[in-house]
Design a binder for this molecule. Structure first.
Ligand code: PMP
Length: 355
């Protein structure tokens, strides 16, 4: 449908059939004669959408029937930076700082108690994931960011601790096989591998709440949202339906096992070009490279102009690095096709003849 190569870090591209299904539903939702934009969030039609979306959100990560709830909330992942300590911090939580988003999550938590920075990769511009982290006992929870959207690093394992584990999975959720049952609360802004912007998805083990002694305003209270089934207030009807279409797309493809193979192939194609071409440099340490956000730069300033021109000619869009990191970033989320990565690699190779 859309003939450009969109490497945007978020809101990012979604599969063509999701665009099509969402567009059709805006005009006529399931043959009802009503627009998706104009149905009640409490109608039986939307309740069925919400239930299926919640079920798929859990089952695709192997969490169905394991004591977890799936919430579709508003406010984006940044709201969860705040909701997490509101609901879980009694006196002290541990945070692992692997980038800008981890730092922002930490900053929100300081209002609720002591934040212990268990490890940080700030010393080398967040180009790696800290290893052998010593996590003391007695923390209220440990928070980490599984994929660092800006700096292009990704965790392979999961921190181990004797307290709940909380993971900001905004930029690699549903992209790979990962033992999510080891995590007690997963949250993600929807606008990468889940759906359109304007939502966050929270997958949480119900038993972890009610331990802080704090009174929590209802909008901030996960237990309240669980109790009301994500319908404490008007739900983001369009957003949730579009998420459902995307989750169905992933299920029909074969789930995270299938998409992981595709994602591995895309990342391998791009990283091989980065490693092969002596004028390109990868910005993350090889062993911690992200398969979702590939960060790179050029050895010489003048090459950037050549690259930018070639990208424009090849309809390659949104490849600039985040403003705090500079360089370039190609985001290879689930819906990005191999042919887009091939087009980018072709441009990188074509630079040889221009320099
Ligand atoms: N965490 C991570 C890892 C992110 O990549 C982002 C956004 N790119 C956020 C949190 C913030 O998400 P939101 O804009 O939905 O608040």
């Amino acid at each position: 449908m859309i003939q450009v190569h969109n490497f945007c870090a978020g809101p990012c591209l979604l599969p063509d059939e999701v665009y099509k299904g969402a567009a059709e539903a805006v005009l006529d939702f399931n043959g009802s004669g009503l627009s998706l934009l104009s149905i009640s969030h409490r109608s039986k039609e939307f309740m069925a959408v919400l239930e299926e979306a919640q079920q798929l959100a859990l089952s695709l990560l192997g969490l169905e029937g394991k004591g977890y709830s799936a919430l579709f909330l508003q406010g984006g992942a940044s709201m969860e930076f705040l909701r997490v300590p509101y609901n879980l911090m009694k006196s002290k939580a541990g945070y692992i700082n692997t980038g800008n988003w981890s730092s922002k999550a930490m900053a929100q938590a300081t209002a609720f108690g002591e934040v212990s920075v268990l490890a940080s990769s700030e010393d080398r511009n967040y180009s790696y994931i800290p290893q052998q982290i010593n996590i003391p006992s007695g923390l209220d929870y440990v928070h980490y960011t599984s994929n660092n959207t800006i700096y292009g690093t990704q965790w392979q394992d999961i921190p181990q601790a004797d307290c709940p584990i909380v993971c900001d999975m905004s930029s690699d959720i549903y992209s790979r096989v990962y033992d999510c049952e080891q995590i007690d609360l997963i949250y993600a802004g929807a606008q990468k591998n889940i759906g359109p912007a304007g939502l966050s998805v929270v997958l949480v083990r119900d038993s972890i709440f009610g331990k802080t002694g704090r009174s929590i305003p209802q909008m901030m209270d996960y237990a309240e949202h669980i109790d009301k089934g994500s319908l404490y207030h008007t739900a983001n009807v369009f957003g949730i339906y579009t998420c459902l279409l995307n989750l169905r797309w992933l299920r029909n493809l074969g789930g995270v096992q299938a998409i992981e193979k595709i994602n591995n192939q895309k990342a391998a194609t791009l990283y091989s070009a980065i490693d092969e071409l002596d004028y390109v440099v990868g910005l993350a340490d090889v062993e911690y490279r992200s398969k979702m956000n590939v960060t790179f730069d050029f050895k010489e300033e003048r090459m950037k102009e050549i690259f930018d021109t070639l990208c424009k000619e090849a309809s390659i869009l949104n490849i600039k690095g985040h403003r705090v990191a500079g360089g370039y970033r190609a985001s290879l989320y689930n819906a990005l096709k191999q042919q887009s990565v091939d087009a980018l690699v072709e441009v990188l190779h074509a630079m040889k003849t221009k320099i």
